[in-house]
Design a protein. Structure first.
Length: 94
């Protein structure tokens, strides 16, 4: 599976970071530069949000839901990468 750590992500200068947590959680605090697309929306309607030509880095609170969603989306032909540890790791390192 494609995955990346928070430390590795800080060295990347391409791709789109997607926060799949609830809009409320996103509004309270999120990784700078991330956009909010709730997990259910990406699962059921990825074509409304994603392009096959782009790289996406997904995170949730702990990394469990984003890991499962990345697997689902990659099977559909999208290029998504799981951020290990999710937002919890971001808070730990920042």
């Amino acid at each position: 599976m494609n995955q990346i750590t928070i430390e590795e992500l800080s060295k990347i200068n391409h791709g789109i970071i997607i926060d799949i947590r609830s809009p409320l959680a996103y509004s309270k605090r999120h990784i700078p530069g991330a956009i909010s697309i709730p997990e259910e929306e990406l699962f059921f309607h990825p074509e409304d949000y994603l392009s096959y030509d782009e790289v996406y880095y997904l995170y949730c609170s702990s990394g469990v839901r984003s890991r499962l969603l990345v697997s689902h989306l990659n099977k559909s032909g999208y290029h998504t990468i799981h951020i290990v540890g999710g937002f919890h790791d971001y808070l730990y390192f920042h």
